[in-house]
Write a protein that binds this ligand. Structure first.
Ligand code: CMP
Length: 143
C-alpha cells in the first residue's frame, strides 16, 4: 500500500491545528502509520529540504521549520501521495482552493501549515529520513 510523509509545520502546531488535520486524513479513509511531535534539528531540516539548498528562501525555510515543534506523520492508502496533496492545496495559500488545508488555514507561502511528499521517490526518501522501520504500524499484520 502507498505511503506518504506529512508534517504539520510549526505554524500549524502553534495554532492548534494538529487534530483538525489528522481528522481530515482519517475521515478520508487513510491510515496513520506513524506520528511524532518533535523539534527539528538543523541537520534534519537541511537534509529534508536539500533540493531547495540553492533557493533564496532556503535559510528562511530551515529557520522556520526549526523554530518550534512539528508533528511528523506517515499515512497509508490508495494514491495517498497525490490525494493528500490535493487535500493540502497549492503551496501558496493565496492560490489554494477553499476547502483545502492551506486554502482554509494558510497564511503565506512560508507559513503554509503542512508539508507533504510530492512523489513516490520523495515519500520514500522523507519517510526514511524522519522515521525508523520499527516506528511504523503494519496494519496488514494486525487484527
Ligand atoms: P513545502 O511543501 O514544505 O516544501 C518547500 C517549502 O518551501 C514550501 O512548502 C513552502 O513553504 C516553502 N517556500 C516555497 N517558496 C517560498 C518562498 N518564496 N519563500 C519562503 N518559503 C517558500
Amino acid at each position: 500500500m502507498e505511503k506518504t510523509f506529512l508534517m504539520v509545520k510549526p505554524d500549524g502546531v502553534q495554532r492548534g491545528l494538529i487534530g483538525e488535520i489528522v481528522s481530515r486524513f482519517e475521515k478520508k479513509g487513510f491510515k496513520l502509520v506513524a506520528a511524532k511531535l518533535m523539534t527539528v534539528s538543523r541537520e534534519l531540516a537541511e537534509a529534508h529540504y536539500a533540493e531547495h539548498r540553492e533557493k533564496p528562501f532556503f535559510e528562511e525555510l530551515v529557520g522556520f521549520i526549526t523554530s518550534g515543534p512539528v508533528f511528523a506523520m506517515i499515512w497509508e492508502g490508495e494514491n495517498v501521495i497525490s490525494v493528500a496533496r490535493q487535500m493540502m492545496g497549492k503551496t501558496n495559500p493565496a492560490d489554494a482552493a477553499p476547502g483545502t488545508i492551506r486554502g482554509d488555514y494558510g497564511v503565506s507561502v512560508g507559513m503554509n501549515i503542512i508539508h507533504g511528499s510530492d512523489s513516490p521517490e520523495s515519500a520514500e526518501r522523507e519517510i526514511g529520513l524522519w522515521f525508523q522501520e520499527q516506528d511504523q504500524i503494519a496494519y496488514d499484520k494486525t487484527i
